[in-house]
Design a protein around this ligand. Structure first.
Ligand code: IVH
Length: 691
């Protein structure tokens, strides 16, 4: 692969992985299966190893996914607008290296053999699919429970952990005076099904899987609701530094004797064939467990050997996770629906004979696009294989042709939009058919409004049914129309009363204070998810600078590649969108402000800074520092640039332009000296890489 091609792919992979990581850890609503995520992560690791010049401490390969950052309104649940106190972990809470291949488990064993020169055993355990927790017991009493957070600090969820039925608040026996123990909080399938039924009844979106439900529930603001959710805990790791035992297995046996929930499903193995037997057994037997597991963890059992092997920046060298391939079920395809999304993309969705899969009942599955239907040669009446990914809707992955009924016909993909009748288009290079009637297709219009009012966007209190009513009554065609609706109009709609109308209008009024980055996300620009919206908002600071940006300027934003840059550029140059933004501005919505950056001083007030090269921290952190000291960032050097902040390897073009225009160039050290004392060190180099 050429260097430029590698750079672009690395960028793309980092953007996709970062976005999904946020959806997984922060929103508890992933849109990618674990296997897809792991495959992309492995591709990124391989590319970074091959092209070390693109190393970045910010790459998802170097960081533990973070469950922090769930400020008010971000989380997928009511009652979760809770900010937990963040506390540092005594020992960093890392992740595990993983693989889907037995050959790589063999490599892990061979490496350990070579480094340790024999004399050790393996402890094999289930890999529980929940959310990690770290408990501290002091004098036998549960004193602290932290989530993993970013690995260095986690959310303090002690009150909630106390309400999980099998976490003891007091131990018995010969426990150490103080120790930490780590494990997983899980939601058993039965509790998960009940919770989702309840949520659907109340018009709430259901959780994608038990893991997301567990993690969302652990972060609820109301401990009594946590108690009601039927969570469950299993513990599997005592940091070797905190206890005097010889082996991991001994530590777990002791922990169980103090009353802690430790799984019996573990086994000491002496060699790879015993490990393989353990894997084979649980690959099938796990289907009978009442909770989700997604693999096997193989750990070196002797704690001294663990210390010898140590850690990488992200995971221990003394353990590896072998992950099971996604579970499959076979069922009948009853019919196909074609759904139009807010971008006009048409997605075929299969209606299935209900079937049990991974502990839940599946009735619908995505068929992705026409190519997929053709590639799999799927027909109504077929017996199809279904697999669960990260989404709520599972995927169809194959057909059992031997069971195909006689006379079945190839499904015809609709030629016109199933909603508005406009002929569908498929652009070159696109896998999906689109309805081009952006401004007139009811599904697209309603989809855009729904996206705009969503929790992670403007957080307006209305759902699909209300949007349908507004649309049918001719009240809304674009998001700005929402702000023109009055109480009289609302009360003339079926089912609306004074209170509900007022509630809706109040939430609209509050929405004008939603930060710029979320407004940008709410606009629904193609390919601009929450993370990209935040990056763009921080980089450009306001909508006018963003609208004035060229494609090249947009490419300056970390993690923005050609596709996103082009999409943002096109959006901003569409007169209808410009008019919509003007209307929304007039309603008072926020179209400026970097959002999260805290104001630390005004020592850079009035200064426009161009940042180029590599620094002791990420470029984004440097930009945040500039904004938080009152400065503005710009992507290209011009007459209005105050100075170029140059790290190592700054862009030669930028340096040349500075020389030409007589613009000063400052080093990172000089820059930090421009900030008030201590403030320059507010952003420290990424500490995780030091471990
Ligand atoms: S040991 C230093 N054991 O899987 C690493 N982790 O994907 C200690 N997990 O972060 C972790 N079951 O949240 C360990 N039996 C098990 C596990 C397990 C599930 C989770 C854990 C970890 C993640 C990595």
């Amino acid at each position: 692969m050429e260097t430029s091609e590698a750079r672009q792919r690395i960028e793309e992979l980092r953007a996709v992985l970062n976005e999904n990581s946020r959806r997984y850890y922060v929103d508890n609503a992933p849109t990618m299966s674990d296997q897809e995520f792991d495959t992309l992560m492995h591709e990124l690791e391989a590319l970074e190893a091959q092209f070390p010049e693109f190393y970045s401490p910010d790459s998802p390969t170097q960081r533990v996914g973070s469950d922090l950052e769930s400020p008010v309104g971000r989380n997928a649940e009511p009652g979760t607008g809770v900010e937990f106190v963040k506390r540092a972990h005594r020992y960093p809470m890392l992740s595990l290296g993983n693989t889907y291949s037995i050959a790589e488990v063999e490599e892990f064993a061979a490496r350990a053999d070579k480094l340790l020169e024999g004399g050790f055993t393996y402890c094999c355990e289930l890999k529980f699919d929940g959310t990690a927790i770290c408990l501290t017991y002091t004098d036998g009493v549960l004193t602290r429970a932290l989530t993993r957070g970013d690995g260095l600090q986690g959310d303090d969820v002690t009150e909630n952990a106390r309400r999980i039925s099998n976490i003891p608040v007091r131990l018995h026996g010969d426990y150490p005076a103080e120790f930490e123990i780590r494990g997983e909080v899980l939601m058993p399938f039965a509790s998960f099904e009940a919770l989702n039924r309840e949520r659907e009844d109340e018009g709430e979106s259901p959780f994608a899987n038990p893991r997301n439900a567990a993690s969302g529930s652990l972060k609820l603001g109301d401990p009594s609701e946590v108690a009601r959710r039927g969570l469950w805990c299993t513990l599997y790791h005592i940091p070797a530094q905190s206890v005097p035992f010889e082996t991991h297995d001994e530590a777990l046996t002791k922990a169980a004797s103090w009353g802690l929930p430790v799984s019996d499903a573990r086994r000491l193995c002496r060699n790879i064939s015993e490990i393989r037997a353990f894997i084979d057994h649980w690959d099938t037997a796990r289907r009978d467990l009442p909770f989700a597991t997604d693999g096997i963890v193989i750990k070196i059992n002797e704690l001294q050997a663990q210390r010898t092997l140590g850690y990488t920046a992200k995971s221990p060298r003394w353990a590896v996770a072998y992950k099971f391939k996604a579970e499959q079920a076979c069922t009948k395809l009853l019919s196909i629906d074609y759904q139009v999304g807010r971008t006009g993309a048409v997605t075929p969705v299969a209606n299935l004979e209900p079937v049990q899969l991974g502990g839940t009942v599946v009735k619908r599955a995505t068929l992705v696009n026409q190519d997929q239907i053709e590639a799999l040669d799927i027909r109504v009446g077929d017996s199809v294989y279904v697999e669960k990914g990260g989404e709520i809707i599972p995927k169809i992955t194959g057909v059992n042709l031997s069971l195909r009924p006689a006379g079945s016909v190839v499904p015809a993909f609709p030629a016109v939009c199933p909603d508005c009748g406009t002929p569908l288009l498929r652009q070159e290079g696109e896998a999906k058919w689109f309805c081009p009637n952006q401004d007139g297709c009811p599904m697209q219009i309603k989809g855009r409004i729904l996206h705009f009012i969503g929790r992670k966007a403007m957080n307006v209190l209305a759902g699909e049914a209300s949007v349908e009513q507004f649309y049918n009554a001719g009240l809304v065609r674009t998001p700005a129309d929402l702000y023109d609706i009055n109480k009289y109009q609302l009360m003339s709609l079926e089912g609306w009363q004074d209170r509900s109308a007022q509630r809706f209008l109040d939430s609209l009024a509050v929405s004008v204070d939603v930060p710029f980055e979320r407004v940008l996300f709410a606009l629904g620009i193609r390919f601009v998810g929450e993370t990209t919206a935040r990056d763009l908002a921080r980089h450009f600071g306001d909508i006018d600078s963003l609208a004035a940006a060229s494609v090249e300027d947009l490419l300056e934003v970390a993690e923005v590649g050609d596709v996103i840059a082009r999409s943002v550029y096109d959006y901003m140059h569409n007169p209808a969108h410009q008019e919509e933004i003007t209307r929304l501005k007039a309603k008072g919505l926020r179209f400026s402000g970097a959002g999260a950056a805290e104001s630390l001083s005004d020592s850079l007030a009035g200064k426009t800074v161009v940042v180029s090269g590599n620094f002791s921290v990420s470029r984004d952190a440097i930009k945040e520092l500039i904004v938080s000291h009152g400065g503005k960032c710009s992507s290209s050097v011009s007459g209005s640039t105050s100075f170029l902040l140059a790290g190592t390897k700054p862009g030669p073009e930028k340096l040349r332009k500075c020389q030409q225009l007589g613009i000063p160039v400052r080093s990172e050290e000089e820059f930090r000296r421009m900030l008030p004392e201590d403030a320059g060190s507010a952003v420290e180099p990424d500490q995780l890489t030091l471990f």
